[in-house]
Write a protein that binds this ligand. Structure first.
Ligand code: PGA
Length: 240
């Protein structure tokens, strides 16, 4: 993995965003793996601004998001679908027919996992995947565990994740379950870009980069990926 430390989240957003823009400039029907949370926002700002400047068109791209809450309507203000619509899709010229999400309310999680894997494969596989990292080392909602996962599955979120994300919920309690892409689905992406900013990520970043590959730090698997770039700010890099 290539580790790059930069001064500000905005600089990182421009660097990570330009990797996505270049991917689409080189392949107009590129397949983008996208993430939610605070971390990708500067990257999405850069992509939206590049599109507004006419430097790139996302008309032919397909997108696949990493995860979605269970037991929450897709139209709810806290769904990841709403997050993506507000922070990226409404700001670029993507065709919403090509936007793919796991259905957190699917009655059969295993069938839903098979559907998502088949759609990713039919699109030609993910060309570039954005990742954040949880304070506990999770990627997507792959929480620390005794083994690495493969395709998408329904996960019971850990206390650490519920504590980190419940600040966004005011009208309903935060769901305790989500559908998430598995580690195998993430590792099959041709290129991976992980961004970590802030002190709260420093310990997870240290375990990911300096520790062994271990499912108790799910992000550590990225050491085995042939094309993975990690962008850190000074705070996230402070324990390296
Ligand atoms: P954050 O979440 O970007 O909101 O910090 C990252 C994650 O939990 O993967």
């Amino acid at each position: 993995m290539k580790v790059i430390t930069m001064n500000t989240a905005a600089e990182i957003g421009a660097a990570a965003g330009s990797m996505f823009v270049q991917t689409v400039q080189n392949k107009e029907n590129a397949v983008l793996g996208l993430a939610t949370g605070a971390t990708p926002l500067p990257t999405y700002d850069y992509m939206a601004q590049a599109c507004a400047r006419g430097e790139v068109s996302f008309k032919k791209v397909s997108t696949f998001n990493l995860d979605e809450y269970c037991d929450l309507p897709q139209s709810h203000k806290n769904s990841y679908f709403t997050f993506m619509s507000e922070n990226l899709f409404s700001r670029i010229d993507v065709d919403m027919q090509n936007v793919h999400f796991l259905n957190g309310n699917a009655p059969d999680a295993e069938a839903e996992s098979r559907r998502y894997a088949a759609e990713i494969e039919a699109a030609g596989g993910i060309d570039i995947q954005f990742l954040g990292i949880g304070r506990n080392g999770h990627i997507a909602f792959n929480e620390p565990s005794d083994k690495f996962t493969n395709d998408a599955f329904k996960v019971h979120l850990t206390e650490s994740t519920i504590e980190a994300n419940s600040i966004y919920f005011d009208d309903v309690p935060m769901p305790h379950y989500a559908m998430t892409m598995g580690i195998g689905s993430i590792m099959r992406a041709k290129k991976i870009v992980l961004v970590a900013t802030g002190k709260s990520k420093a310990e997870a970043v240290r375990a990911m980069i300096c520790g062994d590959i271990d499912p108790h730090c799910p992000a550590s698997i990225l050491k085995a990926h042939p094309d993975c770039t990690i962008f850190l700010d000074e705070d996230a890099a402070s324990l390296l």
